[in-house]
Every structure is written in C-alpha cells, then in structure tokens.
Design a protein. Sequence first.
Length: 798
Amino acid sequence: MITAVCFLALAQNVFGERRGKAWQRRGMELIISNGFRSELQLSWNRRNYRLPAINLGSGQLPKKPVGNVACPSPCCCSGGRSALQQFVWSPEGEQTCCMRSCLSHDPLGPSDSSSFCHLTHFTSSLKIQVIEDDRNNRGSEPFVTGVRGQVPPLVTTNFLVKDQGNASPRYIRCTSYNIPCTSDMAKQAQVPLAAVIKPLARLPPEEASPYVVDHGESGPLRCNRCKAYMCPFMQFVEGGRRFQCCFCSCVNDVPPQYFQHLDHTGKRVDAYDRPELSLGSYEFLATVDYCKNNKFPSPPAFIFMIDVSYNAIRTGLVRLLCEELKSLLDFLPREGGAEESAVRVGFVTYNKVLHFYNVKSSLAQPQMMVVSDVADVFVPLLDGFLVNVNESRAVITSLLDQIPEMFADTRETETVFAPVIQAGMEALKAAECAGKLFLFHTSLPIAEAPGKLKNRDDRKLINTDKEKTLFQPQTGAYQTLAKECVAQGCCVDLFLFPNQYVDVATLSVVPQLTGGSVYKYACFQAENDQERFLSDLRRDVQKVVGFDAVMRVRTSTGIRAVDFFGAFYMSNTTDVELAGLDGDKTVTVEFKHDDRLNEESGALLQVAGQRQGPGRKCGMSVSGYKKAAGKRVRSGERGLAEELVTSIDVAETNVFFYPRLLPLSTTEPPAVRASEERLSSGDIYLLENGLNLFLWVGASVQQGVVQSLFSVASFSQITSGLSVLPVLDNPLSKKVRGLIDSLRAQRSRYMKLIVVKQEDKLEMLFKHFLVEDKSLSGGASYVDFLCHMHKEIRQLLS
C-alpha cells in the first residue's frame, strides 16, 4: 500500500496551519495547506519573553504615540535605571494606559489582547510565569485547530490536538500567526515570516493518525494549473460540478466520480465525510505515478560501516558496537502491523582499505572481500552483501563476533572517509534501493585517497578575520559526493569518536545534505561513554525514516517561499530533495511578499512531497510561515552545531537557546529563570540545554539530601563531574533519576549528566548556560538588554 498525507490550514486572521502527510510504502505524496489572514500583530519574542509588542490590527500603523503617563503602581516609582517606562500606542491617538515597572517584574506574563504596545516586565516570582500560565490555562483542554486566529499552546505545555481543519502545531509551528498585508509593512515589523515544519512528528497515543483516503487509479484531485491538491479551502461552484483553486483561482472541472451536491451554504454535503475536505491532516493512497521513475521501490537497506583503525580498537568502540548490533538488529523499523522488518542490512569495515562481508544465509561462515583501490572504489559483491536479518541471523552473529578479534592487533592509524561513503552509495545503487549508511569514524582522514583532509586547527586564526574559514568545509569534494548520495536516496548518519581535531565542518557536509545526523563523542572510552553512545545508536536505528523524497511548497497569490533551512539538498529554488527524513528532522521555510495580500481571502500554503522509500505509513507534514534559527557554538564545532540547529524542532531550539532550569526542592518543579540570581545555595537544580544535563548542588544543601541523592556523608565528598547517580532506594533518588529519564526521553539525543558543585571549577561551564546573566565574552545581561530596548524606544518616540 502506498500512502500519502495532506496537511491543511484554514484561512484565518492568524497564521493557520495544516499538516499534510504523504508517505507510502512504495511512493508517497504529502500535501499541506496553510492559511492565514493578512493582518499583522507584531510581537518580538526572545526565548519565550514577550518584548514590546505592537498590534497593528488590520494592517494600519497607529497615528501617533502616546507620551508618558502617570504610573499606576507605587512600588515601581523608584526611578533610575531600575525602572522601565511603558509606552502605549493608540490607533486613535488617544492617551490610554501606561505602566512603569521594576526590572524585578516578569516579562513573561500573558500578552494583552488589546491593540496596545507595551513593554512587559519582570516579576519577583522565581517561576517563568508565561510557561506556568500556559500550562494551567491550556493544558487541560484539547487544542482545537479549527478556531480562526488561535495561537497554539507553547511547546512547554503538554496538550492534545483536535483536528478540525488546520494542521496540528506538532507538524507546523509559525513564527507569527498574523502576517502583514504588504512587504513594506513586513519590513517595518522586522519579524521573519516562516514556518517550522516537522513532517514525521510523533503523536501521543491519545491522538489518532491521519485518515487514509483512497482516490483509486485516478489518484488525488488536483488543480489543473498550479497542481495544488484538494483541501478544505477549495471552493465548489456551479452546483458542485466545478471547483475554484484557492491558490491560483483557476476554475477546474470536478470528475464525475468525485461529484457531490452542495448544501445551502455552498459546501458539499459530504464535506465532513471526506478527510481532504474537512481535516488539516490526511493520507491518501498514491499510485505508481507518484513513485520515482514510475516504479515501485525496493525495501531500503541499512549499511553499518565501522572504522577498525588502532584508535577504534584501543578505545573499545569496535567490540562495544559489534556486541550491541547483535540485539539491535531485532528492532529495525517496520511497516505498521508487520511482524518483521523489510529493511536489509550490510556490513563494511575500513581503515586505509575497505572490507566487504558476504553474509548470505547459505554460508557457514562470513566471507571477507578487500578493496584496496580506494581511488576508484567499487562493490566487489552483490549477492550476499545486503541480506534479511532473520534469514542470515547465524552468519551475521558470527561476523560480529569475529570483527573485534580480526583487528585486535592492528597498528593502522590512518583512515579514509569519502571512499567509504562512495562504496556504501554504490552498494545501494547496485541493489536499486534507497537506504542509510551508519558511519562510525574516529580520526581525521589523512590517508591518500579522495577526500583527504589536512589538519587546520590553527588557533592563531581565532578572533581574526580568517576565523570563519575554520567553520567552512575544506574542499568541495564532499558536496559533490553528497549530491550523488541524494540522487540515490542514500542518507548518511555519522558517529564521530575523535581524540583530537577531526574537522567536523567538512565531515558533516554529507550528513547535513542527505538528511542525516552527526553525533560526536570526544575522547571516547567505552567504559565511560557507552550509555550515551548506545542510547543514541538505538534511537537512531529504530526511529521512523523515509527515503528519497522531494518536497515542494506552494503558496497563494501574494507570498512565496524564498528560503529553506534544514538537513536536505536543493538543486533548484523550489524542490527540497530529501535523501532521508526521520521523525526528529524539521524543514524551515521563509516567505516574502510578492504582492499585496487581500485581508478577506487571506493567504494559503501547501506543501506536497513524494517519497520513494518504504518505511511505515508515515506522514509528511508541511505548511508554515516563519523562520527561527540561531546558533551559539564554540570554535571547531560550528559544523556540528549548524547541522543540529537547522534541523531540530521548536521544542528543542527552545531549550538550546534558553536552557531550562528546574529547582528540585518541589514535587513538580516549575522552570525558573536562567540566572545566577535564582540559585539558592541550599537547593539542588537541574539544567537542560538539549545536549547536556547539569545537576548543580548548592554548598549549603542539607546533609540528609546529600546522603539520599549521592550516598555520601557531606557536600565535600560529592564527586564533581559525576555522570551517573547512584541507584538508591529512597523517594528523592527515585524522583531525581525519574526526572532525568523523563527529560532524556523528550530529546532526540541522549543528554549526558554532569554534577556541578557550587564554587567548583566546573561551575564556570554551568554558568555559561545561565543566559540571562552577562556573558563571559561581554554580552549584555537580559536586564541590560531591556534597558537598551527602553532607551531605543524612547529615542524613537521623541
């Protein structure tokens, strides 16, 4: 069965969303339509903080600003730098209300629904008020997508979604839910118009998967001119015999088999019986026309490519990996309801040369074939290289037992890299299937071969104009290789285990462009880092994934997609080519005006995707409008950070840019501000940034707490840098370990725990993530930032 998904969004006065999911076992089409009215409500957001916001209503700027007015709050009248004057803009030019507030007040309170601009403020409360208010007000009832102009709950709120015409925010998150009428107004707003799209987002058990629609051999109904897919925004006319496209206004004939009468409101009488006419997300069965080369694809393959150089053997990586693969191969992705996975597997080991293995089920022992000509790599065997796990179980197990022993005495330190990817891609091409390469690599590829790299870790370039070169790929060879992989539907996941410089910026090019991921374990030692590595590997192998897809964004008149961000490749300005796409990846699309928007008809977005890779019935969601991506990286890791930031979802970027700080003194700890001022020496705090967990222990913590959590008698006996908490049979230990497990389950990568003692040397690393404080590099604190904003606003108003 081939399925496709459609995500739709109603035209509404806020930016609407729709999800279109199109995945098929043999080919797949994804549609997503999104609508929104062309009003603008500006709001500057910084890490969930509401900064000065201006509601421009129907798209008209206010006539004049209102000046200073009396402060209604006596407690705020201390004057000086510690107070902010709130100015209000009135569309009628009348003096309305204004607030003057101490910087100890909360800027995260609920936004005012009136058309005023106000400078929100701090609160003396420790918790982040906007998060708690959203949880209390919106966490108990389902979010109904059909309500026009409704902003979805925050990503920090657990909520259910009821699909009534718009796409679920799990699939599409917008940077704003109102857009300006004109490009000039958009420039004044300076808010990027974009959507973060997560096609294969996981749904909670309480939410149903999109309905499946079968249009038969004729396939889904589309506009003859712009090729947009049928959605709730299409308007049926002439008694239902024709429909007008909501994207290009073309009037199309309705096929006889699809005809239905209209009711007194102009809607089809079967509108609520057809998912494509009533829901924001749906799947449809795709025909062979939606498959690559009009041919149903073969089952995909996973190829495990293992570095067996001296470093990999010495650290225990090879033995640990081979042992894990014996059991992990039982959990390969499978079609919904299938008893076993259709994914085939293959194995390659390498150092300066490549070793292919024949694991055909009829063999008593695996056979090795060596390819030493890495300048012109080829696949030495076809039959027996890619096999079904269950059929070749005994031979695979024997191979995984033998690999650590075969290379136990190796002294080879040089490795190749590009030829390994080339070989894996050629194997998939020979098998006429798409798939994924899992590369486990330890060092800079300096062996004589294509893709050879040099060590360019020149610290003299740091803080100079040439520093940016350290963050750019060394050679264009890897980009060329990535293009070849995309054409074949070959996705690459890279696991790095360096003990010195490896040039992540260059090695990550292929994973980044093929929809893969990069995992880095510096100075890896099996006994210390195995939990993190194995957790990442298990999740990576088991997660839902689609291969060889092409996605296109369609918009109605007035706006157009101009920029795309994520782990994919684009050979032109319209088609997003996805060699692989998993449930953790997002695609961010930015839009700009090319004409004035009509406030009544609004604007629409639809994303269609074709997939030629079997996985399970998966949905591809698309539809959005806004962009949010930023970076904070250290020298030498720019490539890794860029690969991560551009493809993670809004929930993970939220904690990446504004880490979550949780005091553990309460039963259900609310997040508090990421500032040193919020830390109490008598408490313990857990901070997460999406990559690591920091357990900060105050110097004055009670002895009983220390004993219950760390099984030591005093604060001084706690081991700083501890990464594993002892398993103790007491409520506090169970609570903290349970919270850590819960946070890890929410993220796409395993977060390593680091215990930090107050006034310990590791505390400097911990404080780096207290982002409201002044940074070590001289960046302003959040309070200073607000003061600067206030000063700039006063200058503008004067």
